[in-house]
Design a protein around this ligand. Sequence first.
Ligand SMILES: Nc1ncnc2c1ncn2[C@@H]1O[C@H](COP(=O)(O)OP(=O)(O)O)[C@@H](O)[C@H]1O
Ligand SMILES: [Mg+2]
Length: 269
Amino acid sequence: MAASSPAIINGGEGSPPVFVLKSVSKSYSARSIQALQNVDLTLPRGSFSSVIGASGCGKSTLLKIMAGLTSPSSGSVKLVGKPVLGPRRDIGMMFQQATLFPWLTTLDNILLPIKIRDGKKASDARKPSALALLDLVGLKGFDGVYPSELSGGMAQRAAMCRMLIAEPDVLLLDEPFSALDEISRDFMNMELQRICLERQATTFLVTHSIPEAVILSDVVYVMSARPGRFIEAVEIDLPRPRTLEMMSEPKFGTYTNHIRSLLDKGAFI
Ligand SMILES: Nc1ncnc2c1ncn2[C@@H]1O[C@H](COP(=O)(O)OP(=O)(O)O)[C@@H](O)[C@H]1O
Ligand SMILES: [Mg+2]
């Protein structure tokens, strides 16, 4: 789709890219599976991009490679000009499951990354920040509660605070809200946008949902069936901040229909 210029959150042209992936391929030798083939990706600073594709096409593999949790079979991954060779502390990650520790309170779960990284004293000092984050995501007063007492949506919000406490500039999100009901998911997506705008974070989201990808992203990368390749980078030219009302605009429908048609074709490529 010919879109004039992508509505990058900030930065965009002129500022150096945060991530640059060149010809990234990945084979899992144990099962002779090629998960990714020649993926090229550049993420400008402050941009919000997403990748959409069928289950099993290699999206999580791509995210894990970007996070340094697994290495590519070939190709290069650079984060702010330096090769990604292992797990990075400056990247925030979020997954489909909140994975909170059941024996820790919400507050202690959120502070855990700081405690592991910098010790108890440092984590105690960050308590006010953790409480402010809880407030930000609508969980004020839930700091002393254990995960078993939180709903799925509340647990994901706590997981979001845990990701944000370390103030990462780069967020890698793997279907973070896909287990939530549609109403909570819409709310969380708008919260995510607000936080990304506020923090000027560079964000890369894996999603199954076409509307979610379109409403949040500057660019939606459409991935083929395995081995995952990008079929098209669809630039979403809608103003920021995005609102849920934009989903009823004709332009929004044009984008979602276009991506759906690419995915229908891509499933058989
Ligand atoms: N650690 C692994 N070892 C072997 N095969 C894997 C591993 N991780 C993923 N795969 C395979 O690679 C393919 C892509 O998986 P994944 O990246 O999880 O896809 P997606 O996130 O798009 O659903 C799948 O066929 C999956 O079975
Ligand atoms: Mg996955």
